[in-house]
Write a protein that binds this ligand. Structure first.
Ligand SMILES: Cc1cc2nc3c(=O)[nH]c(=O)nc-3n(C[C@H](O)[C@H](O)[C@H](O)COP(=O)(O)OP(=O)(O)OC[C@H]3O[C@@H](n4cnc5c(N)ncnc54)[C@H](O)[C@@H]3O)c2cc1C
Length: 443
């Protein structure tokens, strides 16, 4: 016997839980599926004060207040970014004040409990759920648990939107190949790692680290998947070697020991295209995922759920989705431009759009010189800096289109199909490749 609901939600992170609860409160029958064990460790522990504001908007703040009260306050950020010195900033100057360093598993479990109180039927530990369009709705098949048919579907399955991967005509545009390698540590005796969040830029990426309310410590290196492989032969060696080289992060952990092996998580920036269709839509990271550097993934996911609830049936607005992602890329660039110590290191070259003399280069104002009927031919593997302009999918499409000489407008349209990040941005990227010598104008 298959359960039937008004709405099925796949993914029990903040976005899925919030979207499910809002719908249930409005009187719909809602089932939510989470593949994992809700008490297992979850990444994403530093929450800005915006999260409190979103929880209030959602009506979940009162239920969550006791859990937030048990967590460590997020009061300072000390960062060595663009300089060898550590600079401290206080959240005192943030209009909404201090945030929290939370046990994310505890936080998400609290939200899940609250959603039950709003009428959501929750199934956890289901293993991977597959979703297929079925008649006028969608069929969710969990590995463990009850098959459920829903008239509508919300995909809240996180970065890469794995839940609807098999849907025809949709794909994930990954803008980079960023990953996180994370270790948790526990004190062997009395220790003082100092307060707050530390952010430390290094040649292979950047570290963040923080102490949690239960006294454990977390240290995370954000890097690129190929750069990570160069750091050692095993996951443990890669983490240990890179960690030992840090100037500020490792010294904080004197007196701590590792809790188990480091874990690796994907952390690419990207978006789902399209992020909605007839009867379904994606929310949170499943719709668009951003660099953890922003530290606002949870706040963004809650906001996305609130917006989705207000416009469950709004059609896909291609231009708006493209603009949102483009604005995000610009914000990201501003952060990365502040660091200039390793201009040639692949991690930094891929995030700092600069001209060939290393000067910041604004794609919005540069002259467009390439004629649409210019004939282009692919010459060589582009340097890492090309990825600051163009996602790899665009580079692959450009190479395929110009391996045999082709008109610039044909190459452009091949790129814009797979990587809709704005035609001007793509064109500037193509001009950059010409100057860098990866592409040649043959006529
Ligand atoms: C290294 C790292 C550090 C971060 N640090 C921060 C931070 O400090 N502060 C912050 O605000 N954000 C941070 N983030 C981002 C934040 O964690 C995410 O933005 C946020 O969790 C997104 O919420 P979500 O509900 O959209 O997706 P998720 O939290 O990813 O939830 C998706 C859920 O879907 C489930 N799922 C996936 N596929 C299926 C399936 N087929 N069937 C059933 N279930 C499925 C998954 O198990 C998961 O629980 C960080 C991210 C990373 C990678």
């Amino acid at each position: 016997m298959i359960d039937r609901r008004d709405l099925v939600v796949v993914g029990g992170g903040p976005a899925g839980i919030a979207a499910a609860a809002i719908s249930a409160r409005e009187g719909r029958s809602v089932s939510l599926f989470e593949r994992g064990d809700p008490s297992a460790f979850r990444v994403g522990e530093t929450l800005g004060a915006e999260v409190g504001a979103r929880l209030k908007e959602l009506g979940a703040y009162e239920a969550m207040a006791p859990i937030l009260g048990e967590q460590a306050r997020f009061i300072t950020v000390s960062s060595a970014w663009g300089s060898d010195e550590l600079e401290e900033r206080s959240t005192m100057f943030h209009p909404l004040g201090a945030g929290w360093h939370v046990d994310r598993s505890r936080f998400d479990r609290g939200l899940l409990e609250w959603s039950r109180s709003q009428g959501v039927h929750v199934q956890t530990d289901t293993g991977l759920c597959t979703v297929t369009p079925d008649g006028e709705g969608f069929l969710v098949k969990p590995r463990r648990g009850r098959e459920t048919w829903g008239r509508r579907l919300i995909d809240a399955s996180g970065r890469g939107a794995p839940a609807t991967a098999a849907f025809p005509g949709r794909r994930w545009l990954a803008h980079d190949r960023q990953v996180a390698i994370l270790a948790r540590m526990t004190p062997k005796g009395p220790t003082d790692p100092g307060p707050g969040l530390y952010l430390e830029a290094v040649e292979e990426g950047f570290w963040y680290s923080a102490r949690m309310a239960d006294g454990t410590f977390i240290a995370v290196l954000l890097t690129d998947s190929d750069v990570l492989l160069t750091l050692g032969r095993s996951r443990d060696e890669r983490f240990q070697r890179a960690f030992a080289r840090t100037r500020f992060t490792a010294p904080r952990t004197r007196g701590f020991e590792l809790m188990g092996r480091p874990q690796v998580f994907r952390s690419d920036s990207g978006r789902l295209i399209p992020d909605r269709g007839a009867g379904w839509r994606a929310v949170g990271d499943a719709a668009m995922a951003t660099d953890p550097l922003g530290g606002n993934g949870v706040a963004r996911s809650l906001k996305s759920a609130l917006e989705a609830a207000a416009s469950l049936d709004a059609p896909f607005d291609r231009a708006r989705a493209e603009q949102r992602f483009s604005d995000y890329l610009d914000q990201r660039t501003e952060f990365y431009w502040l660091e200039h110590r390793w201009p040639d290191a692949p991690f930094w070259a891929r995030r700092r759009p600069v001209d060939l003399d290393g000067r910041p280069f604004d794609w919005k104002t540069v002259d467009l010189a390439l004629a649409p009927d210019a004939t282009l031919s692919w010459r060589a593997t582009p340097p890492p800096g090309a990825e600051a302009w163009l996602p790899r999918a665009a580079l692959d499409a450009l190479r395929a289109a110009t391996t045999t000489p082709a008109a610039a407008h044909e190459a452009m349209s091949a790129m814009s199909v797979v990587a809709p990040i704005g035609n001007r941005r793509l064109l500037v990227g193509m001009q950059w490749l010409l100057v860098a010598g990866a592409l040649e104008q043959v006529a």
